[in-house]
Design a protein around this ligand. Structure first.
Ligand SMILES: Nc1ncnc2c1ncn2[C@@H]1O[C@H](COP(=O)(O)OC(=O)CCCC[C@@H]2CCSS2)[C@@H](O)[C@H]1O
Length: 373
């Protein structure tokens, strides 16, 4: 089923500004099934952007199948500090991506399938797409109890979430994309989607946590490969199109002109962190002092991912006011991120008096501050 296909020609035929290629298989004019050969979340999200922006979909729906190496994907209007454990992600090399569609945060790995259904805005129908998935699941395992919910999740046995949905609706084109949990690392999923950060206030969209389950836990026959093929077959039957899975390479600029700049944008700090709706952090941490602990109050406002105001209040006898004031003003305008905080505080430390006692307090304080980022 996974035949390499002249995808370049498919796109020529589907792009309204291009001339149809000669000798092209006619069924593809009614729609296409694509599968990415890349497991890079930014490249795959760039394919979605590219298709959404370039392809004239009138009567020619597209199904795009893709999987990613471990990553966390937040919704367009979310706050990553509220949604996930960024420390754990940095330690484990887990990528963070912000998608163009709204909604909550999900974890992806190679045990999770992503399905993007592209249509015109008028043909956009999430329930129809979910029914295709349910029919495909029932072809592989007829006794499976999977039902779509009002929020377009898919529930297994009436209680376990196996799929989450989000959408992007443009002026003429739209897409509905969803996940499907086959054999995802559920331990990683739950630990990475637990925020350790305290005292954040924002208007960002919150996620709606659910109890999740993998389809493979229900039946070992339900692997990602089997399910992708079954869904492709059901999609082809529904739309009466060629049952071919066309492999595409999102890094191929000849096939997708301009795609690398889209991937670059999706990978940029400005999009992933800088797009976060304005938020504030109000927290207190404690530092050791003469067999006791002193409270340090921190109040920070973050706009476009950068510190707009910063008020770190340490007792004057613990850290001279002059030094905490220096720290506060130097943070203004800097990225709310531990790497930038490290650079800043190291530079600032050199301007402090050469006092070992003071330096060790300074280090404790800076570590605590980096801990909230
Ligand atoms: N991979 C995956 N699939 C299903 N459910 C998940 C997954 N990861 C986490 N979760 C659960 O869903 C909630 C969040 O649910 P919530 O309803 O808030 O958000 C979503 O479902 C968003 C789905 C986005 C789908 C896109 C398709 C391609 S790119 S991402 C989370 O707290 C977990 O409990």
């Amino acid at each position: 089923m996974l035949t390499p296909f002249p995808v370049k020609n498919c796109f020529r035929l589907l792009c309204h500004h291009r001339v149809p290629a000669a000798g092209f298989r006619t069924p593809a004019t009614h729609g296409l099934i694509l599968k990415s050969i890349s497991n890079d979340v930014y490249q795959n999200l760039a394919v979605e952007d590219w298709i959404h922006d370039h392809i004239h979909l009138e009567g020619k729906p597209i199904l795009f199948l893709w999987r990613n190496s471990p990553c966390v994907v937040i919704g367009r209007h979310q706050n990553p500090w509220q949604e996930c454990n960024l420390h754990l992600m940095r330690q484990g090399g887990i990528k963070l991506a912000r998608r163009r569609s709204g909604g909550g945060t999900v974890y992806h790995d190679m045990g999770n399938i992503n399905l993007t259904f592209f249509t015109t805005k008028t043909k956009y129908d999430r329930m129809e797409n979910l029914k295709i998935i349910v029919r495909a699941l029932n072809v592989v395992q007829p006794h499976l109890d999977v039902q779509p919910t009002k929020k377009f999740d898919l529930l297994l046995d009436g209680q376990f979430k196996i799929s989450g949905t989000a959408s992007k609706i443009g002026r003429v084109a739209a897409y509905h994309h969803c996940t499907l949990l086959c054999s995802t690392d559920r331990t990683a999923l739950s630990s990475l989607l637990k925020s350790p950060y305290q005292g954040i206030k924002s208007n960002a969209t919150p996620s709606i946590p659910s109890v999740v389950k993998n389809l493979l836990e229900k039946d070992p026959a339900l692997t990602c490969e089997v399910l992708m093929n079954a869904i492709a077959a059901e999609y082809a039957a529904h739309h009466q199109i060629d049952n071919h899975i066309n492999l595409i390479n999102p890094a191929d600029e000849t096939q997708f002109p301009g795609i690398s700049s889209k991937a670059k944008e999706l990978q940029s700090w400005e999009w992933i962190y800088g797009w976060t709706p304005k938020f504030s952090v109000n927290t207190t941490f404690h530092v050791p002092h003469e067999q006791a602990h002193l409270p340090i109050q921190v109040s920070i406002e973050v706009k476009k991912g950068r510190i707009e105001t910063c008020d770190i209040k340490a007792p004057d006898h613990w850290l001279p006011l002059e030094i905490s004031n220096k720290l506060n003003s130097s943070f203004i305008g800097s990225k709310f991120c531990p790497i930038e905080a490290t650079l800043l505080t190291n530079i600032l430390l050199r301007t402090c008096p050469d006092d070992q006692h003071l330096h060790s307090k300074w280090n404790i304080l800076c570590e605590k501050i980096k801990g909230i980022m």
